[in-house]
Design a protein around this ligand. Structure first.
Ligand SMILES: [Zn+2]
Length: 702
């Protein structure tokens, strides 16, 4: 197992495989006829012996993990909790069959174990929207491994306790009538099992839709959707805007692919979680948004922070179910599944089009490599971002040059070549011609390099190991998303103490200290001052806030000098705006004091401070100020650098019904020299404005 990616790690994958093998092995030998004469004691010893061999297999994995530093307590936990109970689960079944003296005991045992291992999995898989699973034979599957951090949870302990109860029942059942002790044992274990089975959703063992809905609490119905959302984390304004986005994207996708919208009896269910951590707890996927295409009813699962970036993508998966194959309502080619969604929602980068990202990374994949990317195994083996973008660009080419009917046929059959009138080679050649005509600049090359150099989980040295500072950072982010500031600050402090050298963690830590007015505490860290621009900038801010203006100015000049060695225009503007004391003071009021200025003061701000002010209004969800600022900026001189902020404003101003302001704003932004991707995104905002104008009133009267 050592050389195999993931299986070579001393973690849940290898533990699950060992448990699976152990259960079948133990079941087989327990049911074997030659051991009929075994006493309960020697049965127990034989089980222990099999477990011993299984753990012998683990030894090299354990040693190797200790040597290469990948060892983790969770990995050890999985190895304790998976194989040992599974061996005895398998053994107790085989032993029961043997003791009952049924015919063909081995076949019978294997059959029962297969039912428990695969039958139960399939039953849950096709009944519930969850993507994690527990199993008495092979332990558990914690959810999509792209999320990386995988822990031994209370749910796993609970489930393994159930495995133990099953073992007790099966072990003592053959001797049930022998004495009262055995009767009690079996009776109590059965009673406990019965109780355990009534609490499966609450204990996180299964996630029926009804339970998820009850946990989320919020519900909103639109012409084509049932939205279930976390009541405490979405305001009425937010959820209504998100609902309208659902309808908007559905309208776009169904038009582009020439398919029907769902009828009123089969509305798409959208499960919108408070945050990734709640989603992880309820369905097993953390940051990964997903659509369980294999289920009959249409549904999608997204956490709040991922809605903006992945709603359209996931909706494309839902719509594509209509022309998926009859088994999983999707394509056997994962490249086609993801390629189609990316082609319809080409949001891999805010700066570059998907064609530019692919075109910037030469050599382009040839016909053979593309064939591989569209095969079942080729996709997930490689780096995810490469495959998503490349297949997306290729499918977009197919959509632009042929009727949607052909892509639907390819999708259903999982075979691209057969669905098109020309050979696969000439399709790829045609796509290459488009890439050749795609203009690529240094920004695209940088985006492409960054996206394409992300390591796939198979390439990482320790695929499941999370360093302690980042575990603390993760819980900091969880508490922020869950509105628990006190706990968030505690985790942040912990992360800071574990890794004071991390700029990411330090900047966030310093932000809170500055808000509390603890400037001296921040300045204490100046001993660590290095060439980090962010650190130096925050030090000058702290000095400025302490009232030592001259010294602050000298520090700022020092930071500016550092910047010249590594020019970055965004940061440069943030520094330059501080040369004016009034603007510096204003920036501090906005950033650390949560000030939202009125129109007059807003107009006096420098552009970089105006953008900061708009971002703060978004952070504080002050819709009135957002509309006000949008109105002012729609008439101001604009700058390419703040394109994202403009689009965000246009999006909300449109939604709030200020159609004239939005239209003027779009006109104003269009007068800038825009990158191709910016043109795409602006066109999308224009379509949104049209859609809101036409449909908002009928969806949400008043
Ligand atoms: Zn997808």
């Amino acid at each position: 197992m050592l050389p195999v990616p993931l299986l070579g790690d001393f973690h849940f994958e290898s533990a699950a495989l060992a448990a699976l093998i152990g259960a079948f092995w133990a079941g087989w030998s327990a049911s074997a006829a030659k051991s009929i004469g075994l006493s309960p004691k020697s049965d127990f010893l034989q089980g222990v012996g099999i477990a011993g061999y299984i753990y012998l297999v683990a030894l090299p994995l354990l040693i190797f993990s200790l040597i290469n530093g990948c060892f983790s307590i969770d990995g050890l936990g999985f190895w304790v909790l998976f194989p040992l109970p599974s061996v005895f689960f398998g053994y107790s079944i085989g032993r029961l069959i043997r003791r009952l003296q049924l015919s063909a005991p081995k076949t019978m045992t294997i059959f029962i174990l297969l039912l428990a291992a695969a039958g139960e999995l399939l039953l849950e898989f096709f009944s519930f929207p969850q993507v994690y699973f527990f199993n008495h034979v092979w332990g558990s599957w914690p959810g999509p491994i792209y999320d990386e951090a995988i822990h031994v949870t209370g749910s796993l302990l609970y489930f393994r306790m159930m495995s133990l109860l099953w073992i007790v029942v099966l072990w003592y059942l053959p001797d049930f009538f022998k004495n009262t002790e055995n009767k009690w044992m079996v009776g109590m274990a059965l009673l406990s099992l019965l109780l355990s089975y009534t609490h499966l959703p609450e204990m996180g063992i299964i996630s029926p839709r009804g339970y998820i809905r009850q946990q989320l609490g919020g519900h909103l119905e639109t012409p084509h959707f049932q939205l279930y959302y976390d009541k405490a984390h979405y305001s009425d304004t937010e959820i209504q805007r998100i609902a309208l986005k659902h309808e908007f994207y559905l309208d776009q996708i169904t038009r582009e692919l020439e398919v029907d919208k769902p009828d009123s009896a089969h509305k798409i269910e959208s499960y919108l979680y408070a945050h990734a951590w709640q989603k992880k707890r309820l369905v097993g996927a953390k940051f990964t948004s997903y659509v369980p295409v294999w289920l009959k009813d249409d549904q999608l699962h997204i956490a709040k922070q991922q809605i903006a970036s992945s709603l359209k993508h996931e909706l494309a998966h839902v719509v594509a179910k209509q022309f998926g194959n009859r088994w999983i309502h999707a394509s056997w080619s994962i490249g086609l599944i993801e390629g189609l969604a990316v082609a319809v929602a080409p949001d891999e980068s805010p700066r570059s089009t998907i064609n530019q990202i692919v075109a910037a990374d030469k050599p382009w994949p040839d016909s053979r490599e593309m064939q591989d990317a569209f095969s079942f195994w080729g996709f997930y083996g490689g780096r995810a971002t490469v495959n998503y973008t490349t297949s997306g660009s290729f499918v977009q080419f197919l959509l632009n040059h042929y009727t949607p009917e052909r892509i639907k046929q390819a999708y259903r059959s999982g075979n691209v070549a057969n669905a098109y009138p020309v050979s696969f080679d000439s399709l790829v050649a045609g796509w290459h011609r488009v890439l050749k005509k795609t203009p690529v600049d240094t920004v695209d090359r940088a985006v492409s390099h960054r996206l394409f150099s992300q390591l796939s989980i198979f390439e990482q040295a320790c695929p499941h190991k999370i360093a302690p500072p980042y575990a603390a950072w993760d819980s900091y982010r969880y508490y922020v998303a869950d509105y628990d500031t006190a706990a968030a600050l505690k985790s942040l402090q912990q992360a800071y103490e574990l890794a004071p050298q991390s700029e990411l963690i330090w900047a966030q830590w310093a932000y809170y200290k500055m808000r509390e007015g603890e400037y001296s505490r921040v300045l204490k860290d100046t001993v660590q001052a290095d060439s980090s621009l962010i650190r130096n900038l925050i030090f000058s801010d702290a000095t400025f806030m302490k009232g030592n203006q001259d010294r602050a100015r000298r520090m700022l000049a020092h930071t500016d000098a550092l910047l010249r060695e590594a020019p970055d225009s965004l940061l440069q503007r943030a520094i330059r705006t501080r040369y004016d004391s009034l603007q510096w003071a204003r920036r501090m009021q906005i950033h650390y004091g949560d000030s939202l200025f009125g129109p007059e003061k807003f107009q006096e701000l420098t552009p970089v401070n105006q953008v900061k002010q708009v971002q703060k209004a978004f952070d504080l969800k002050n819709w009135k100020k957002i509309t006000e600022y949008g109105q002012i900026l729609s008439q101001s001189a604009l700058d390419n650098m703040w394109f994202d902020t403009y689009l965000n404003l246009i999006d909300y101003v449109s939604y709030f019904g200020k159609y004239k302001v939005a239209a003027d704003f779009i006109q104003n932004v269009r007068s800038l020299k825009l990158r191709p991707r910016y043109q795409q995104r602006l066109a999308q905002e224009q379509a949104w404005l049209r859609f809101v104008k036409q449909h908002k009133a009928e969806l949400f009267p008043g």
